[in-house]
Design a protein around this ligand. Structure first.
Ligand SMILES: NC(=O)c1ccc[n+]([C@@H]2O[C@H](COP(=O)([O-])OP(=O)(O)OC[C@H]3O[C@@H](n4cnc5c(N)ncnc54)[C@H](O)[C@@H]3O)[C@@H](O)[C@H]2O)c1
Ligand SMILES: N[C@@H](CCC(=O)N[C@@H](CSCO)C(=O)NCC(=O)O)C(=O)O
Ligand SMILES: [Zn+2]
Ligand SMILES: [Zn+2]
Length: 384
């Protein structure tokens, strides 16, 4: 029976309040309006940004909401005027939209898109500034324009990438955030050249994807920095050539790296979300040209600082969102690269769990012993 035009009642993990356990609720998902797409979410991975907003430290965090933004699914129905996807298409929801028409999209200088950002930042859909989610008539906010911790979600059409149907949805959900962010930070934002020396602060999924990207770019040395020495064994498989634990030295970590590299690295990447580490990442860069890219998301109220002299003497401080990738155009390309075995995806998945285990999954994530945890959203999908 077609569900097109009907309200769908399904299971979703609702964040009622910051830091309180998520609750699996029966949520009503309204049909997509003009320019919107309703997606049956099949698989979702947990990202630290979900945990960050859930913690209450995100100035854009609104409650109650449905978190989640790294996912894959199948289009269930589309609203009026939607031409680029149709029911049955395999898709990845994209928190970074791409409308191809706005000032940002047309600039050719950025992957940030302005079309729906004002609505996604306040947890609503642009056409009527309302939510498509409700529980017994009470609206529930969207999150990042994706809200993929729900069996069905509604997104703007500019936030959907149609992908190869042959690609395994249980794996390519990762191409919705962490892996592209790390690869793109190297390829698009820093534009690392062959022979470069690279330092990566934080060896979680994002930091490992930076390592993978740097190896592919031909970096000569890839120095991984993490306070957990157990991370090095895995990091080697992603291209990290040397490991430093800041706890092993009395010197500031930037000094340790400068001493190891004859004056500093060509490129550094902060993949933790810690503002003092962002400073260290900038200050371990080589005088005259070293570039540091901020990838980690820091909490509300946190600010970065350094001596302006660091920039006067040629170091460059940058940041990246979704690795600078244009989402609708380039996520399908990343899927193809995965299909051709040119980029890793499976290797970042350490756990497979189910939607009803979501609180346990976050607990595991905070334990620091996993990379990506993928949740199966529907019982009928069977065992992975
Ligand atoms: N900019 C973007 O578009 C974007 C996209 C995805 C994720 N992120 C952000 O990137 C960050 C990393 O995400 P992740 O999923 O890889 O996280 P993660 O928690 O898996 O990895 C962080 C790593 O940093 C290490 N670490 C913690 N404190 C440290 C310190 N003081 N010094 C050195 N290492 C330290 C941890 O041991 C861990 O290995 C998060 O802040 C996340 O929100 C940003
Ligand atoms: N609302 C947060 C913004 C956090 C943030 O910077 N998000 C990244 C993506 S993190 C994905 O895991 C991003 O894309 N930023 C650009 C944008 O949001 O437009 C805060 O205010 O701290
Ligand atoms: Zn993310
Ligand atoms: Zn745009």
């Amino acid at each position: 029976m077609s569900t097109q035009g009907q309200v769908i009642t399904c299971k979703a993990a609702v964040a009622w309040e910051p830091n309180k356990p998520l609750v699996i609720e029966d949520v009503e998902v309204a049909p997509p309006q003009a320019g919107e797409v309703r997606i049956k979410i099949l698989y979702v991975a947990l990202c630290h940004t979900d945990a960050y907003t859930w913690s209450g430290k995100d100035p854009e965090g609104l409650f109650p909401c449905i978190l989640g933004h790294e996912a894959s699914g199948i289009v269930e129905s589309v609203g009026e005027g939607v031409t680029e996807v149709q029911p049955g298409d395999h898709v990845i929801p994209c928190y970074q939209a791409e409308c191809r028409e706005c000032k940002f999209c047309k600039s050719g200088k950025t992957n940030l898109c302005g079309k729906v950002r004002s609505a996604t930042g306040v947890g609503l859909m642009l056409s009527d500034m309302k939510s498509r989610f409700s529980i017994k008539g009470k609206p529930i906010y969207h999150f990042m324009g994706t809200s993929t911790f729900s069996q069905y979600t509604v997104v703007h059409d500019v936030s959907v990438a149609k992908v190869n149907e042959q690609a395994p949805l249980e794996k390519i959900c990762l191409l919705g955030c962490g892996v592209p962010t790390g690869l793109g930070a190297v390829w698009n934002t820093a534009k690392v050249e062959a022979g470069s020396i690279v330092a990566i602060f934080g060896l979680g999924t994002v930091g490992l994807a930076v390592a993978e990207g740097a190896k592919a770019a031909g970096a000569s040395r890839i120095i991984g920095i993490d306070i957990d020495s157990n991370k090095f064994a895995t990091a080697k498989n992603f291209g990290v050539t040397e490991f430093v634990n800041p706890k092993d030295s009395d010197k500031p970590i930037q000094q340790v790296i400068v001493d190891m590299t004859d004056g500093g690295v060509d490129y550094s990447f902060e993949c933790v979300g810690n503002v003092s580490l962002m400073r260290a990442a900038l200050e371990c860069c080589h005088k005259g040209w070293g570039t540091s890219v901020i990838v980690g998301v820091a909490a509300s109220g946190q600010e970065i600082s350094t001596r302006p002299f660091q920039l006067v003497t040629g170091r460059v401080w940058k940041g990246t969102a979704f690795g600078g990738f244009k989402s609708r155009s380039q996520v399908p390309w990343l899927v193809e690269k995965y299909m051709k075995k040119e980029i890793k995806v499976d290797e970042y998945i350490t756990h497979n769990m189910t939607l009803d285990q979501i609180n346990e999954a976050f607990h595991l994530m905070h334990g620091g012993k996993c990379l990506r945890i993928v949740l199966k959203m529907h019982a009928e999908l069977g065992n992975l």
